[in-house]
Design a protein around this ligand. Sequence first.
Ligand code: ADP
Ligand code: MG
Length: 255
Amino acid sequence: IGIQFQKLFKLDVNTEGEDEIVPIGSFEEAGLHPVMLDNIRLAGYTVPTPIQRYCIPAILKGHDVLSCAQTGSGKTAAFLVPILSKLMGKAKRLAAPRPVDGQRGYVAEPLVLIVAPTRELVTQIFDECRRFCYRSMLRPCVVYGGADGVTQRMELEKGCDILVATPGRLTDFLERGKILTLKRLKFVVIDEADEMLDMGFEPQIRKLLQGTDANEDDDQQVLMFSATFQKPIRKLAKDFLADAYVQIRVGRVGS
Ligand code: ADP
Ligand code: MG
């Protein structure tokens, strides 16, 4: 473990929200699914990073979360670990594909949607997701632009519990219809939110969040991650996260 990584553990964490979040000291005490605990060990993670110490219990409790921490602070596992652990506790095959009316093929109905700005980032999240889904019935898929859409569609047709997507390809698949529906989403994760706004994806993100909001699923959790804490990020959170959302800030993040 590098010096940079060591330093990470000395950073202060600030939380805001109606509910007090008690940080976990270890992965073992978090009440995670045994399969998830095994996968965390296999990944070689021994102690949770500061952001993970707060995000894991907050997400397990069912809160919407806005979390800001510098790059390299372990944000990916901060949302994947609690989300996947929660789903592992449910049925065996969660998002069995459904036949499309009068057509061949199946419509994917993911329970988790993770949006990130670039092909590189969604691929990294997908890889980490696969590691954490090992020996579970959960099936992750990844879609991004600049690549063969046919292959990506075929993967979706095999069933998709967790979808990791760039905004462009996601919008494309949604608009073409009969590929993908977001009706069953239990978790929506907006990762690298600041970068997405910088890249001009705000209209797509807002449209997406408006669409999933209409699911009328009171249980649905929306989680936003960002390296900065600028005003447009706080505005987005205010518009789409539950009123009682928890804010978790690690170290000094620019505002
Ligand atoms: P961020 O999204 O905040 O930039 P990442 O989630 O990409 O950070 O994590 C950065 C690196 O740290 C990754 O290589 C990841 O595998 C590793 N990592 C994350 N959490 C832990 C942990 N608890 N123990 C050891 N390594 C970790
Ligand atoms: Mg990240």
